[in-house]
Write a protein that binds this ligand. Structure first.
Ligand code: GSH
Length: 214
């Protein structure tokens, strides 16, 4: 059955791989599943046809036969549960990997997004310079805890899993800030994720859309 995902017609990041279709592309590449992409404009994302797929008018969405999904956590979990390569077969290890997926999206991603919002949307506020260090420190707090847990391991819990895929995807947003480099084991962890051939294919595919080379 054909898998179709949606992605920005023009990503605000110009192809740096931060739009969330990249993590879905990455999961599909890890699973060896071909997919098609339907590009949507910001206007089309808020129109009824897209809202029927995604109630919040966002990307990415995922369609496969009569199944339509939104939310990257749910999409990556769906891919990981149906194809080998992203979740261990041992039941407990599998549940721990899923726990890391939730940790990435609900514990680590929120302060990182708050930092992006503070930097991009709150620049002109009178309280911006006072608030920014507080937001940065909340990110540092989470990174410190994550760095302690990762230690000198390659991945969060044994072999690479969907938990790592989402955690690396979330941390990538910090690369430009320099904060990630304050935690050398996390910077190396992200670099290991980026070095995977499946990630490279996913990154190149989204870049091609944004440079008009697809
Ligand atoms: N929690 C959602 C977030 C989706 C999301 O924020 N998508 C962004 C692109 S990365 C978007 O569509 N932004 C445009 C908008 O919200 O209007 C997920 O993980 O899928």
């Amino acid at each position: 059955m054909t898998i179709t995902i949606t992605a920005f017609e023009r990503s605000p990041d110009g192809g740096k791989g931060l739009a969330r279709d990249t993590r879905v592309r990455w999961a599909l590449e890890e699973a060896g599943q071909p997919y098609e992409v339907r590009l949507v404009s910001f206007r089309a994302m808020k129109e009824p046809a897209h809202l029927a797929l995604h109630p919040f008018g966002q990307i990415p969405t995922y369609e496969e036969g009569d199944l339509a999904l939104f939310e990257t956590g749910a999409i990556v979990l769906h891919i990981a549960e149906r194809h080998a390569g992203l979740l261990p077969s041992d039941a407990n290890a599998r549940t721990r990997a899923i726990t890391w997926m939730f940790a990435a999206l609900s514990t680590v991603e929120p302060p990182i997004l708050e930092l992006s919002i503070a930097k991009v949307l709150e620049r002109d506020k009178s309280w911006h310079t006072e608030r920014l260090p507080l937001v940065e420190d909340r990110v540092r707090g989470r990174l410190k805890q994550l760095a302690v847990r990762l230690g000198d391991a390659d991945w969060l819990d044994g072999a690479f899993s969907a938990g790592d895929l989402l955690m690396v995807s979330v941390l990538l947003r910090l690369k430009a800030s320099g904060i990630l480099n304050e935690y050398p084991n996390l910077a190396a962890y992200v670099a290991r994720g980026e070095a995977r051939s499946a990630y490279k294919r996913a990154f190149d595919a989204q870049l091609a859309v944004n440079t008009g080379k697809n």
